[in-house]
Design a protein around this ligand. Structure first.
Ligand code: GLU
Length: 447
């Protein structure tokens, strides 16, 4: 059977065995389609049923999370941890707290994470978790009680050598602190390496907070440099206003770009003079309020409620909000507005239809698996520092991050060329990530 036929059969089986999990199907299809040339070149992968095994998580945990709000009312949420693949190291991947979280979402994220982590070249397997808990509008004490209840179950499945969660949407430094505190209390162990994204005062690492956003911009810069271009002077749009968006904007500004907009679930802001990041950090990191607050302090800027940010003309788009946030229409608007490069800061923000629009228009495209891998790479650096009870300076950590992003870029770029698809970062990232995981799985026997 050809690689193409084989991958079609496997995909049909994945859909049949995982009904209703549309995001998981989408993530699997994208990978299966791009690794066809690798399957043709390496019949040993097909023989050992590597792909069938990769599509099936090693372990899936679903649990009840009961907690009490400030008025004494009881709430029940659902918790997940999907331990996808540990061929390269302990399961590694974030926790997402958002009402949209379900098993299919966690599986798509865990699947993507496996290849992303492979691509970093670091000793980390793939996993993901989270809850359908909605942190919006919840007090600090409520967040703490939820995190403690979540950890009351999660602790038995994680560990420095087993599974190392971190943050994702809705889980930042505050939540990791409460989760770590409860893990320590239950286990009576100060096991720093069990979680990453910790605060700098108790085992966290410099640049972890900035790493996903900074890394995406380092990747964008590499893509531009390969064609003799620079980020300097480009008009950049960033969607979202969380951790990834804020630090992508910060690094883009440091490299001379003008970041003209960002968004949240209520709408977007446009500031042609360039975003005031200190103001944005105060609104989003300290006060945790809606983005329209921005225009109160910067009256020349505009707040546009309810519309996608992609209608604003730009040179470079960095989607940093959530999955499937760029539709075919958004993509057409971006192309029309002059966008020549899309770099995914979020996980799978581009729909397959939108990707086809970009491909048709010759827009360069860097998939999240490669472009946002700086976050998890910095997590692996945090684990390394924890294991040696060391802590590195900001400057050194940032240098390491930049080197890693350069290597990831080079590996995607050369793999795409090797397989006859120069400039196709999707194929390059999928094949390079897949090959690293597949080789380790072959070496480890039937696992
Ligand atoms: N949630 C991040 C990601 O999507 C980071 C995971 C981690 O640091 O473990 O890659």
């Amino acid at each position: 059977m050809s690689g193409r036929d084989k991958s079609a059969v496997i995909f049909a089986d994945v859909v049949r065995r995982n009904p209703g999990e549309s995001e998981f199907h989408q993530a699997v299809l994208e990978v299966l389609e791009s690794i066809i040339p690798a399957l043709d070149k390496h019949p040993e992968y097909t023989e050992a049923k590597i792909i069938e095994r990769i599509c099936e998580p090693e372990r899936q945990i679903i649990f009840r999370v009961p907690w009490e709000d400030d008025r004494g009312e009881v709430h029940i949420n659902r918790g997940f941890r999907v331990e996808f693949n540990s061929a390269l190291g302990p399961y590694k991947g974030g926790l997402r707290f958002h009402p949209s979280v379900n098993l299919g979402i966690v599986k798509f994220l865990g699947f993507e994470q496996t290849f992303k982590n492979g691509l970093t070249g670091m000793p980390i397997g793939g996993g993901k978790g989270g809850s359908d808990f909605d942190p919006k509008g919840r007090s600090d004490r409520e967040i703490m009680r939820f995190c403690q209840s979540f950890m009351n179950e999660l602790y038995r499945h994680i560990g420095e050598y087993t599974d190392v969660p971190a943050g994702d949407i809705g889980v930042g430094g505050r939540e990791i602190g409460y989760l770590f505190g409860q893990y320590k209390r239950i286990t009576n162990r100060y096991e720093s390496g069990v979680l990453t994204g910790k605060g700098l005062g108790y085992g966290g690492a410099q640049v972890r907070r900035e790493a996903t956003g900074y890394g995406a911009v380092f990747f964008a810069d590499e893509v531009l440099r390969t064609s003799g271009d620079r980020l300097d002077g480009k008009r950049v749009l960033v969607s979202g206003s969380g951790n990834v968006a804020i630090y992508a904007a910060e690094k883009a500004q440091q490299l001379g770009a003008v970041v003209i907009g960002c968004s949240d679930s209520s709408g977007y802001i446009r500031d042609d003079k360039g975003l005031d990041l200190e103001l944005l950090k105060e609104i989003k990191e300290l006060r945790r309020v809606r983005i329209d607050e921005y225009v109160r302090a910067r009256p020349h800027a505009a707040f546009v409620p309810g519309s996608p940010i992609w209608e604003v003309p730009c040179d470079v788009a960095i989607p940093c909000a959530t999955q499937n946030e760029i539709s075919a229409t958004d993509a057409a608007n971006l192309v029309e507005g002059g966008c020549r490069l899309v770099v995914e800061g979020a996980n799978m923000p581009t729909t397959p239809e939108a990707l086809r629009v970009f491909e048709g228009a010759g827009v360069r495209f860097a998939p999240g698996k490669a472009a946002n891998a700086g976050g998890v790479a910095a997590s692996a650096l945090e684990m390394q520092q924890n294991a040696s009870r060391d802590s590195w300076s900001f400057g050194y950590s940032e240098e390491r991050l930049q080197e890693i992003m350069k290597e990831i870029h080079a590996s995607c770029h050369t793999t795409a060329e090797e397989y006859g698809m120069p400039g196709n970062y999707v194929a390059g990232a999928n094949i390079a990530g897949f090959r690293r995981v597949a080789e380790a799985m072959l070496a480890l026997g039937l696992i």
